[in-house]
Every structure is written in C-alpha cells, then in structure tokens.
Design a protein around this ligand. Structure first.
Ligand SMILES: [Zn+2]
Length: 64
C-alpha cells in the first residue's frame, strides 16, 4: 500500500477550564481523516477534544 495519507504536523492547544495541559501548545503529527473532522485531537490532560489545531510551521533558526 503506497496510498497512505501524509501526516501533518499540527500545534494543538487545549483551552478547557481547569485542565493541567490548558494553554500548552503541543506539536504532534496527525493523519487526515476521510470524513470531518479531518483532524481530531484529544487532550491528554482532560481527555476533551481539542479543537484548536493549527498547522505547525518551523521556527526560524538563525543559529543554523
Ligand atoms: Zn485539556
């Protein structure tokens, strides 16, 4: 099988009240789903669905 979807690195941020991981952006690789929601994430801290998913773009690294 060579038609596997390409994983996309997204930054997920949980905004749940009282969540230990709230407001902590986490980068992870996601595989797009065939149906909506295309990307699904579940917070490891509160187990709620994380809807704040944005594409991760590499930070500029002037030292490189
Ligand atoms: Zn959370």
């Amino acid at each position: 099988m060579d038609d596997e979807p390409t994983p996309v690195v997204l930054t997920a941020t949980c905004h749940s009240q009282g969540c230990p991981s709230a407001e902590v952006p986490i980068q992870a690789a996601f595989y797009p789903n065939a149906n909506d929601p295309i990307f699904r994430a579940e917070c490891a801290g509160c187990e709620q669905a994380v809807t704040d998913l944005v594409p991760f773009t590499s930070l500029p690294n002037p030292a490189a």
